[in-house]
Design a protein around this ligand. Structure first.
Ligand code: SF4
Length: 370
């Protein structure tokens, strides 16, 4: 096992993130509303070429060195490793930049991960979601229940020092016992993931799950499952970082902090979002339009907005409140209505465990929300 974990303070450069969107998936999961497609693999080569062109143009306009790079989607591991690495090679990076690739568990072969690592990737993230067959079936996921073992083995063999597994709680098919089993399976691994994300399932309109009310998550059951995840992870030495993220010390995801700290980031590829000092802009959603616009020499812009100071302050407070850093007590006029959802320590307010999934009820009480 190597120890080349880039920690948050390793990079001397100011934080600057690069996100690359890969809009291809093997099939569509029942709950997914992301800008991704299961029938466009024929576009992959053109897409990679367009992303490299978009990055090259940004470089001509002074694209800063990235302190973190994140390949998300979609399923970045749908691309051949050499295609993904061609994109990575085009991105200017600070020394010791964190480079994360999201990977479907089915794609986690030792060979692929060795290729990634040799090409400069130093962090992996896998959407395992659950190890229980009924839950995976309800989510419309196709990987097997032993995926966590295969993934852990491959990551270790390939020599990655830091990595993540994603979990989802809230499926109607999931009992609290299922959540307990999944956690036992992951934490019982010889090489357990040092970072875990846990998301609460949401019924997104237009998805198979969203269109069937019988499959909508039950709020109380989801809260119980989420609460169990937090208690078990924290008892196992994972520190709570943000509503959906826990990490062992030294294994925080630097790229996440770019978003949580309102730092600047550039997004490349269809539907990718960028942020520069209060100006947010995003690319067109479909890969076809994106490729056509890049080929035509036009910026593939889908929209933009500039946040005024007031909105920026509110966003800063609400993002910070979602993290373990919290906000100063002065950020609230009163805590009376939300005392049961927060904790106050050293002059700062953080979400109490039972307030994390109810963060919106706390956020609306911020002074900056007025
Ligand atoms: S693999 Fe991820 S991005 Fe692709 S359909 Fe499933 S949830 Fe959506």
């Amino acid at each position: 096992m190597t120890t080349d974990v880039p920690t948050r303070d390793d990079c001397g450069a100011p934080p600057f993130g690069v996100y690359v969107h890969v809009p291809f998936c093997a099939h569509r999961c029942d709950y997914c509303a992301f800008a991704t497609y299961a029938d466009r693999d024929h576009l992959m080569a053109d897409y990679v070429e367009a992303v490299v062109t978009e990055i090259a143009r940004a470089r001509e306009n002074g694209l800063a060195d990235a302190t973190s790079v994140f390949f998300g989607g979609g399923t970045p591991s749908r691309l051949a490793p050499e295609q993904l690495l061609t994109i990575l090679d085009a991105i200017p990076r600070a020394p010791d930049a964190e480079v994360t690739v999201e990977c479907n568990p089915e794609d986690a072969s030792v060979e692929r991960l060795v290729d990634y690592r040799a090409g400069g990737v130093n962090r992996m993230s896998f959407g395992v979601q659950s190890t229980r067959p009924a839950v995976l079936a309800d989510l419309g996921r196709r990987h097997g229940t032993m995926a966590h073992e295969e993934v852990s083995h491959a990551v270790h063999e390939a020599g990655f020092a830091t990595w993540n597994m994603d979990l989802i709680v809230g499926s109607r098919a999931e009992t609290l016992d299922d959540v307990r089993h999944t956690l036992d399976d992951l934490l019982g691994l010889e090489h357990a993931p040092p970072h875990l994300s846990c998301y609460a399932l949401t019924a997104e309109p237009g998805t198979p799950l969203g269109e069937d009310p019988r499959r909508h998550p039950d709020e109380d059951a989801t809260a119980d499952a989420y609460d169990l995840v937090g208690r078990v992870l924290e008892a196992h030495g994972y520190q709570w970082e943000e509503i959906s993220n826990w990490a062992r010390p030294g294994h925080e995801c630097r790229h996440n902090h770019v978003y949580w700290d309102q730092d600047d980031y550039a997004g490349f590829g269809s539907a990718a979002h960028s942020h520069r000092q209060g100006r947010r802009y995003w690319n067109v959603r479909t890969p076809e339009r994106y490729i056509a616009m890049v080929r035509a020499g036009t910026a593939p812009l889908g929209g933009e907005e500039t946040l005024d100071e007031r909105t920026r302050t509110f966003e800063r407070d609400s993002l910070s409140l979602r993290t373990s850093r919290g906000v100063p007590v002065e950020a609230f006029a009163s805590l009376d209505e939300i005392a049961h959802l927060v904790a106050v320590r050293d002059g700062r307010v953080t979400l109490a465990p039972n307030g994390r999934l109810l963060a919106n009820q706390v956020i609306v009480r911020l002074r900056s929300a007025d």
